[in-house]
Write a protein that binds this ligand. Structure first.
Ligand SMILES: NC(=O)c1ccc[n+]([C@@H]2O[C@H](COP(=O)([O-])OP(=O)(O)OC[C@H]3O[C@@H](n4cnc5c(N)ncnc54)[C@H](OP(=O)(O)O)[C@@H]3O)[C@@H](O)[C@H]2O)c1
Length: 310
């Protein structure tokens, strides 16, 4: 049974893939959730949130946009905890590059500026990404180097191979740490690897669309991703709540379950789902530069989601 004495927390980008699961688990554990979305009237995007257990009693949805200064003020002022998950996940199309960088970096600072105004704020949990850790040129680091939460991807390397999503996430997280330090904000970052699991919304986000593509035999994207970490969406949601509730949590937490090469991934899926046109092996193609494949040996610091990577 849910503990309904928990406080009020804000989830930015509440209708997204990751955020919807987070809202679900927060409601189930008794929180009052104030979700921000760009259009609360868009039933196609928000109806699934209203169907969650506890939503009618303890969910509010309000409008906020990362690109509008002060847009999050009211939502943040009403809460003691903030889960900042909103961030554009866009293909690496150059045309969207500026918008993606702006929403991720200035959008995160926009949310944190609102946090600075709230004297009752306990903690901010930022959804970052393992792409802030694992992308670098092999010339920079010796092979088999172990990466952990102290490691950072190289912005120059990501720019050189035009992985703008990673550039946006690295710069957004770094700006967040700097702002939090200057303004004495208790910030903790969760860095999920590739998130898999059921979509609560009927609208498929970019990650679910990539996975759906696999079931149609489109392996190229995963070949480009290369060897990568995968984590279940429910573990990602639990990890966010765990780092919020654990007083001693601090810094960055990589959130991952399994590490697979693209060949291993398609072989596993083809075996388990023989009626779908999944090739037995992925198409050999261009790998994103000389990205290192690093296995983290460490387990989570007190988290039941075990951490390893990529
Ligand atoms: N999915 C993964 O595998 C994965 C892995 C590691 C980290 N992450 C991180 O997890 C977070 C959520 O990702 P997701 O997979 O859940 O993606 P998603 O389903 O696309 O959700 C992203 C959310 O951000 C919102 N958003 C985008 N631009 C915005 C803006 N200008 N103002 C306000 N909201 C905006 C979107 O709102 P609309 O619905 O209005 O578009 C959407 O709700 C992101 O920070 C992402 O970097 C995801």
């Amino acid at each position: 049974m849910a503990n309904t004495s928990k406080g009020k927390v804000c989830v930015t980008g509440a209708s997204g893939f990751v955020a919807s699961w987070l809202v679900k688990r927060l409601l189930e554990s008794g929180y009052h959730v104030l979700g921000t979305v760009r259009d609360p009237g868009n039933q196609k995007k928000v109806a699934h949130l209203w169907n969650l257990a506890g939503a009618k009693e303890r969910l509010e949805l309000v409008r906020a946009d990362l690109l509008e200064e002060g847009s999050f003020d009211d939502a943040v002022m009403a809460c003691e905890g903030i889960f900042h998950t909103a961030s554009p996940i866009i293909t690496n199309a150059d045309s969207k590059k500026e918008e993606m960088l702006d929403s991720a970096i200035n959008g995160t600072l926009n949310v944190l500026r609102s946090c600075k105004k709230n004297p009752f704020l306990k903690r901010v949990v930022l959804t970052s990404s393992s792409s802030t850790v694992r992308l670098r040129d092999e010339a920079e680091f010796p092979p088999n180097v172990l990466l952990d939460e102290t490691s950072w991807s190289s912005v120059e390397f990501c720019e050189s191979i035009q992985i703008w999503y990673a550039v946006a996430k690295i710069l957004a997280e770094k700006s967040a740490w700097e702002f939090a330090k200057e303004n004495n904000i208790d910030l903790v970052a969760v860095l999920p690897t590739f998130v898999i699991g059921p979509n609560l919304s009927p609208v498929l986000g970019p990650t679910a669309s990539d996975v759906l593509g696999l079931f149609k035999g489109e392996t190229e994207k995963f070949t480009i991703f290369g060897r990568m970490g995968y984590v279940h969406i429910d573990d990602v949601a639990s990890c966010h709540i765990l780092v919020y509730e654990t007083a001693g949590a601090k810094g960055r937490y990589i959130c991952n379950s399994a590490v697979l090469g693209s060949d291993e991934l398609v072989a596993l899926l083809a075996k388990r789902f023989p009626s779908f046109p999944i090739p037995k092996r992925s198409v050999t193609g261009h790998h994103a530069g000389s990205i290192y494949i690093i296995i983290f040996t460490q387990h989570s610091r007190g988290a039941d989601v075990w951490l390893q990577h990529v």
